[in-house]
Design a binder for this molecule. Sequence first.
Ligand code: ADP
Ligand code: 5GP
Length: 216
Amino acid sequence: MKGMNKQGILTVVSGFSGAGKGTVMKRLLEKYQQYALSVSVTTRSPREGEKEGREYFFRTREEFERLIAEDALLEYARYVDNYYGTPGAYVESMLSRGRDVILEIEIQGAMKIKKRIPETLLIFVAPPSMEELERRIRGRGTETPEQILSRLRRAGEEAEGMDAYDYLLINDDLEECVEELHHIICSEHARTVRNTAQVKALMEDAGALSRRVNSL
Ligand code: ADP
Ligand code: 5GP
């Protein structure tokens, strides 16, 4: 966007397990090059088809604790039986290069990021219904029935925190959802609070213009 701010926007995307966050992220990144998706560290085991460094950095509990001790994580949280955390270096370097960075993280981590970086944009992805959520999480077939129940239970708790988010995004039709997400982030770039230098310059120019025409 010409003339708009060059600093990237940090967006946090959260949502119930099985809502389709991963699917939405993958499609967004395929369609638009402006985004950088942060790859988290986790202590959970890889699912079939997941690749080290692509979906996650898979680490042992000890390795994860070392990262915490080294202050390498921007935030971390426990989700069901595992730990998940965001490496800080990647996020900082991408934002300073003007890329829009997306963190796909759960709600406790989202709140920590918002506290640390108040200008973070918070988006909550929900399925069209909770029946559909259950269908999707079971249909994915990557968790045991026991783990699925824990995740569905967690969804009930996470719903309590939804109103802390700036936007609610319903993932019904995938393509529509991806477009809506892209539009939200693009609109965010145009906000006056994110363009203070340009607002100030325009105010000064407008002042100069009115002084000139008043003297005619
Ligand atoms: P999350 O990352 O939120 O846990 P996933 O991206 O793994 O969710 O999606 C959960 C399941 O739902 C997957 O099997 C995926 O293919 C399916 N899914 C995702 N988005 C949609 C959609 N818009 N319509 C139908 N199924 C979807
Ligand atoms: P999954 O095991 O389904 O990949 O992820 C479980 C949950 O952990 C999801 O809600 C996902 O968004 C979240 N998550 C993934 N990475 C991180 C992270 O770095 N930090 C936090 N707090 N949550 C994460």
